[in-house]
Design a protein around this ligand. Structure first.
Ligand SMILES: Nc1ncnc2c1ncn2[C@@H]1O[C@H](COP(=O)(O)OP(=O)(O)O)[C@@H](O)[C@H]1O
Ligand SMILES: [Mg+2]
Length: 269
């Protein structure tokens, strides 16, 4: 337990800067060993390398931060100040919820691929779903300005409400993640020709035309994404959900001009 715990200086830093430092400390410690392993496996196959880098970057660093925080609390509890204990508990909370989202995406992906993803269909009030999703985003962050245009009533949609919410949450999360601080993100919805259309627009770096297919593939990420955390699974899952509803998910984007993702779903007759 002592071996994994953070040292005194690290405890101070984590208290000040939270999970970023906790994750970074562990990253530095494991970097050399990890790089050798990842590079070795990368040579074996492209797909396998995708999974290894997902595991090493996206699963391993939050896991290390959680282990480090738990060990620190266990071994240094008496000497930690209350706000330091709180900081480590916050790290554990944030990182486990990130891990849980990640594991969820990996499981969804494997079920989609196996054709065993189960949907529970009912009549969905999409206007209400969109108001809930955008309200949660507005409350949950202040990095971007969310501008919402939802008509009071939209035609009903036959669908799996939880999966549709997950899809919309994914599009909003991407728009926020790839936006500059303080930039606007727009969501609008409208009914047209027997369909309901939801658009999520941002003014971030955009996506080069040649990557418009890639980003919907499993693990598919475009160049600009390198600096941002992520698995490249979100849009693969989102498009599968759209298609399972008889709908489509499309992108319209140019580098430097932001990105617009358009979800189209058939309305109930
Ligand atoms: N709003 C956006 N602006 C710019 N690039 C985007 C946007 N949404 C998605 N992308 C690109 O599409 C890729 C795939 O998206 P996604 O499947 O959600 O994976 P992740 O967000 O985990 O990287 C991203 O890595 C990024 O390159
Ligand atoms: Mg994403």
């Amino acid at each position: 337990a002592e071996r994994d715990a953070f040292g005194e200086d690290e405890v101070e830093l984590v208290t000040l800067l939270g999970r970023f430092v906790a994750a970074a400390v562990q990253n530095i410690r494991t970097y050399e060993a990890e790089r050798a392993t990842v590079e070795e496996l990368r040579r074996l196959s492209a797909l396998r390398a995708d999974f290894v880098s997902l595991v090493s970057h996206e699963l391993r660093s939050p896991m290390a931060a959680v282990i480090g925080s738990v060990r620190t609390l266990q071994t240094r509890w008496p000497e930690l100040r209350p706000e330091q204990r709180d900081a480590f508990l916050a790290v554990i909370g944030d990182e486990t919820s990130r891990l849980s989202d990640l594991v969820g995406d990996v499981l969804d992906t494997s079920r989609i691929e196996a054709g065993t993803f189960g949907y529970t269909f009912s009549d969905v009030d999409l206007a209400e779903l969109l108001r809930e999703a955008t309200a949660a985003v507005t409350l949950g962050q202040d990095a971007v300005r969310l501008e919402v245009e939802i008509p009071p009533v939209l035609p009903r949609v036959r669908g799996d409400r939880d999966r549709l919410r997950q899809l919309v949450d994914n599009l909003l999360a991407n728009a926020i993640k790839y936006s500059e601080l303080g930039a606007p993100v727009e969501l609008d919805a409208s009914a047209r020709n027997g369909t309901v259309r939801v658009r999520v627009r941002d003014f971030g770096p955009g996506i080069p035309l040649e990557d418009h297919g890639l980003i919907f593939e499993k693990f598919g990420r475009s160049g600009v994404a390198d600096a941002k955390p992520g698995t490249g699974l979100g849009l693969f899952i989102s498009r599968s959900f759209a298609e399972a509803h008889g709908g489509t998910l499309r992108v319209d984007s140019r580098p430097g001009a932001g990105a617009t993702f358009t979800l189209t779903l058939p309305a109930e007759p």
